[in-house]
Design a protein around this ligand. Structure first.
Ligand code: FE2
Ligand code: FE2
Length: 246
């Protein structure tokens, strides 16, 4: 079978699977585009079952998915995280900082953007040193606050993105004050220093460069991420199966 007919067959199988399924989006996926208080759009559900597993429109994940599987199958372009991790490596940072750089934006890349540092920290917390989760949680906060001692300036990209008059919310001011006086402040700050403002489209960094660092610093569960009953397993499952009805 050539590539074209294989693609056609897959298209056909997908169309058939879609005909049999009702796929409903969670309110959080559409809130804003729709008023979440409105009833969901009506779908023709006659003779169809509500999706309770893998979404046929997505690549199937292995039964016991690893962190790298999530990078390969569920996260959006990861060049920014990979290049940040490479920079931290080049700058002689600790493995904790390098790992933090590698995963710091995983929530924005595959889960939820708003408060992405908090979500990402929760996702990884059961599998990494508490200092790594702390850095990931607070990088989002610290990005808004310059620190000359580390050569960290307010990002020009933020002026472009949010306008010159944007001021962080009071909860971010409080989180910044808390983080600054914390013993792990430096780890979180180093993450923002290596969190590239803009990425180089010509620099190719492979995930495999970090296999050893991940192996030593990320406790990959034997059952696979999502299936180990950890406090964040349900979040990994939702990334794996984002459209399950329940
Ligand atoms: Fe970030
Ligand atoms: Fe980032």
């Amino acid at each position: 079978m050539n590539d074209l007919s294989r693609a056609e067959l897959l298209d056909h199988e997908l169309a058939e699977a879609m005909d049999k399924l009702v796929i409903v989006k969670s309110a959080i996926y559409t809130s804003g585009e729709c008023d979440p208080r409105d009833p969901p759009p009506r779908q023709d559900t006659a003779g169809r079952l509500h999706l309770m597993g893998h979404d046929p429109r997505l690549p199937k994940m292995p039964a016991k998915p690893t962190l790298f599987d999530f990078f390969n199958y569920r996260f959006g372009p990861a060049a920014h995280m990979l290049q940040s991790a490479r920079l931290a490596l080049k700058n002689g940072c600790s493995e904790k900082v390098i790992l933090a750089c590698l995963v710091h934006d995983c929530s924005a890349a595959g889960f939820i953007r708003a408060d992405h540092g908090y979500w990402a920290a929760q996702l990884i917390a059961p599998y990494v040193d508490a200092e790594v989760a702390f850095a990931v949680r607070y990088h989002q906060v610290l990005r808004f606050y310059p620190d000359e001692a580390f050569g960290y300036k307010y990002p020009e990209s933020y002026v472009r993105l949010f306008g010159p008059d944007y001021r962080p919310e009071p909860y971010l001011d409080r989180a910044h004050a808390y983080c600054r006086s914390h013993k792990w402040y430096e780890t979180a700050r180093l993450l923002t220093v290596n969190d590239l403002y803009s990425f180089d489209p010509n620099l190719q960094v492979e995930l495999e460069e970090f296999t050893d660092i991940v192996g030593r610093n990320f406790r990959q569960p034997e059952e696979g991420l999502g299936f180990d009953d950890s406090p964040s397993a349900h979040m990994w499952r939702t990334i794996n199966w984002p459209t399950r009805y329940l």
